[in-house]
Design a protein around this ligand. Structure first.
Ligand SMILES: Nc1ncnc2c1ncn2[C@@H]1O[C@H](COP(=O)(O)OP(=O)(O)OP(=O)(O)O)[C@@H](O)[C@H]1O
Ligand SMILES: [Mg+2]
Length: 264
C-alpha cells in the first residue's frame, strides 16, 4: 500500500505583507513523481523551499516520511538530510573537483569517512553517466553535465525524496535532454520526486500527477493527461496556451523583463 512520503497541510507563507502561499494541501506518495507547473510568482519555489525548510512556513504543517518537519522540536538537520534539492543554478564549488564536490557534503554533514564518501561519489557519478568526469573541475563541464553532477551530489546523501526547482531552465536546449533522462531514470528507480518544471513533455511522460499552481493555491491536481490534456480550469488553460505558443511566450518574457522579474 502506498503512503504519503510528503504531506503538506494548510501551508501558508508570507513575506511581509506579500501573502505568497495561501493554503496548500498536497500529498505525494512514496515513489510518486509530481510535476508542479504555474506562472512566474505563483509560489512554486516557495512551496519547494518550505518542504525543504529553507523557508519557515507562516502557518500549516509539512510531513516527510511521517515525521512532521515543521514541528519546532524536530531535528531539522536530520529532517533535511532526507530531502535532496536541485536548483536551476547548480551551485557547485568551482575550486573543487567533481568528486570533491560530492564527497565534501557527505563528510561534513553525514560524517562519512574518506573512503566511503569516495565510493558513494563514484557510484552516483556513474548513476548520472559521468564516471569519467570524476577528476574534472566544474568549469570544464557543460551546463548539462554540471547539473548532472549537482543531481549526483544530492543523491550521494541518500535522500528519501528529491525536489527539483526548474533544473533545466538555465540550460541550452541541446543539453536539456541528458538531464531529463537522468531524472527519468530516477523516477523509474522509484524515487519520490517533486519537480517544478516547464518541460511539458517530461511532465506528460514521467509524472504520475501534475499540480497547477496560481496565486499561491493549487488550482488543479490530477493526471498529466487530465491537467495538461484536458484542463478543467480557465486559469490552467490560459497558462498552458501561453506556454505552448512560443510567440506569446516571447511577448510575456519581454514584458516580465521590463518589470524586472526577480530570479529570471
Ligand atoms: N525570500 C523572499 N523574500 C521576499 N519575497 C519572496 C522571497 N521569495 C519569494 N518571494 C516572493 O514570493 C512570490 C512567489 O515567488 P516564487 O519564487 O515562489 O514564485 P515561482 O512560482 O517560483 O516563480 P518563478 O516561475 O518565476 O520561479 C514572489 O512575489 C516573490 O517575489
Ligand atoms: Mg521559481
Amino acid at each position: 500500500m502506498s503512503r504519503p512520503e510528503i504531506r503538506v497541510q494548510g501551508l501558508h507563507k508570507s513575506f511581509g505583507d506579500n501573502h505568497v502561499l495561501r493554503g496548500i494541501d498536497l500529498e505525494i506518495d512514496q515513489g510518486e513523481v509530481v510535476c508542479v507547473i504555474g506562472p512566474s510568482g505563483s509560489g512554486k519555489s516557495t512551496l519547494l523551499r518550505c518542504v525543504n525548510l529553507l523557508e519557515e512556513p507562516s502557518e500549516g504543517q509539512v510531513f516527510v516520511g511521517g515525521t512532521e518537519i515543521t514541528d519546532p522540536d524536530v531535528d531539522i538537520d536530520a529532517a533535511r538530510r532526507r530531502i535532496g534539492m536541485v536548483f536551476q543554478q547548480f551551485n557547485l564549488f568551482p575550486h573543487l573537483t567533481v568528486t570533491e564536490n560530492l564527497t565534501l557534503p557527505q563528510r561534513r554533514v553525514l560524517g562519512r569517512g574518506r573512503a566511503e564518501a569516495a565510493r558513494v561519489a563514484a557510484e552516483n557519478l556513474a548513476r548520472v553517466g559521468l564516471a569519467e568526469k570524476a577528476a574534472a573541475y566544474p568549469a570544464s563541464l557543460s551546463g548539462g553535465q554540471q547539473q548532472r553532477v549537482a543531481i549526483a551530489r544530492a543523491l550521494a546523501m541518500g535522500p528519501d525524496v528529491m525536489l527539483f526547482d526548474e533544473p533545466t531552465s538555465a540550460l541550452d536546449p541541446e543539453l536539456v535532454g541528458d538531464v531529463l533522462a537522468v531524472m527519468r531514470g530516477l523516477a523509474e528507480e522509484g524515487m519520490t520526486m517533486m519537480v517544478v518544471t516547464h518541460e511539458m513533455t517530461f511532465a506528460r511522460e514521467v509524472a504520475d500527477r501534475v499540480v497547477f499552481m496560481d496565486g499561491g493555491v493549487v488550482v488543479e491536481d490530477g493526471s498529466p493527461d487530465q491537467v495538461i490534456g484536458a484542463p478543467r480550469h480557465e486559469r490552467t488553460r490560459h497558462f498552458l496556451s501561453r506556454l505552448l505558443d512560443p510567440a506569446m511566450a516571447e511577448v510575456e518574457e519581454e514584458t516580465s523583463d521590463q518589470v524586472g522579474e526577480p530570479g529570471a
